[in-house]
Design a protein around this ligand. Structure first.
Ligand code: TRP
Length: 375
């Protein structure tokens, strides 16, 4: 078992407590995105993208090999995914927004996995029909973000099963029960589908090489909680004839309940792409902030943006202008603005974004089939 500290938990199925992202890099054995890699990325994209600049995408494995292959003209592909256990919320979309950015800049293909099998196997209350329905619902959000139709392929594990099963078997043969116990903390009482599942999540990393009948490097942008699956995928890759998948990891968007309660995506503390303006207003209105107990006290002592979920949402997604963000931070600390003002600003930003997204989501319904990869 990965030696996780007592004060937080990060596994592909549970994130709770106050996550120390620096320690995660050490525990998982990944690399920080340092100056050299940053310069290379800037050289290729022509800019220092906001999520990189702010350290939201902050860790990687073999990203330099991806850029080497890009420079040599060998190309690369991307793979990411979603566990369809409910509607999509902003925290899920964050890495997809970055993935879309990379697709735009590098012009590469994206393979998008919907793990409806996973959410059935691990979710006590979900039927296979539920997870399949959510997979198609969530696919609308992926499409609405504007991924290139000619370069993006979405598939469900239970539907693209002929292809995936054949790859997953090769992975599964190389992974022992003791490895899955060590990596994921499984015990004898976990169902055997869960134990097998990591081979399904590894499979798409090799899928493009199978489809193209030649090895091509694969980059997986994802939240760092998914890294354990890909550690296994990397361990088996060369043994079954493929490149180790590369990764670029992001932190997880805190919930509106505050950064120390990042766990379960509770309906009241996450903003879903299906929320109405009233729901958005209410959720942000009830969000945890770094404000003082009274107006007088806040005017006098200021607030604390570092623990404020409203500030975090602006930092992670909604305020891309560094100087405006810095000004808000300063005013908050100086007691010049109160929480209501920041909540109002965030509500406007989120409502505009979601309203626009919902229109694109409606239009996506007509083109879903164009994105689907089928046996
Ligand atoms: N297991 C992920 C989840 O629960 C979904 C997923 C599948 C994924 N393949 C992926 C996420 C690749 C990131 C990258 O959400």
């Amino acid at each position: 078992m990965i030696p996780l500290p007592d004060d937080f938990v990060v596994t592909p199925w549970e994130v709770s407590g106050d996550v120390d992202y620096d320690r995660l890099v050490e525990m998982f054995g990944t690399q920080r995105i340092g100056d050299e890699l940053t310069s290379r990325l800037i050289k290729h994209t022509g800019e220092h993208q906001t999520m990189l600049r702010r350290g939201i995408f902050y860790s990687h494995r073999d990203m330099n090999l991806i850029l080497d292959d890009h420079e040599k003209g060998n190309g690369f592909v991307m793979y990411t995914g979603r566990g369809p256990s409910g509607h999509t919320h902003l925290g899920h979309m964050m890495p997809w927004i970055f993935t879309k950015y990379l697709q735009d800049k590098f012009g590469v293909e994206l393979y998008f996995q919907m793990t409806d099998d996973e959410k059935f196997l691990f979710g006590p209350d979900l039927t296979l029909k539920d997870t399949k329905n959510y997979a198609y619902d969530n696919a609308l959000d992926v499409i609405a973000l504007g991924f290139d139709k000619s370069k993006t392929r979405i598939f469900l594990d239970t539907e693209y099963s002929h292809m995936l099963y054949n790859i997953a078997m090769k992975v599964a043969k190389k992974v022992t029960f003791s490895t899955t116990k060590a990596v994921f903390g499984f015990t004898n009482s976990n169902n055997i589908g869960s134990i097998w599942f990591t081979s399904m999540q590894a499979a798409p990393a090799f899928l493009p090489s199978v489809l193209k009948e030649k090895n091509i490097r694969c980059l997986i942008p994802c939240a760092i909680d998914q890294d354990p699956h890909f550690r296994i995928a990397r361990d088996v890759a060369e043994g079954i004839g493929y490149f180790k998948p590369a990764l670029i990891h992001c932190k997880m968007l805190p919930s509106l309940a505050g950064s120390d309660k990042m766990s379960a995506s509770l309906p009241t503390t996450s903003i879903f792409t299906t929320d109405s303006p009233e729901q958005i207003k209410k959720k942000i209105g009830n969000a945890f902030t770094g404000g003082a107990v009274s107006v007088e006290e806040q005017r006098q002592n200021g607030g604390n943006p570092d623990i404020c979920s409203v500030y975090q949402y602006l930092y992670y997604i909604f305020e891309v202008d560094d100087s405006k963000l810095e000004e808000r931070r300063r005013k908050c600390q100086a007691g010049e603005i109160l929480c209501g003002e920041c909540k109002g600003e965030l509500t406007t930003q989120v409502t505009n974004f979601i309203t626009d997204h919902q229109e694109k989501r409606e239009k996506a319904k007509d083109v879903v089939e164009d994105f689907m990869l089928r046996d």
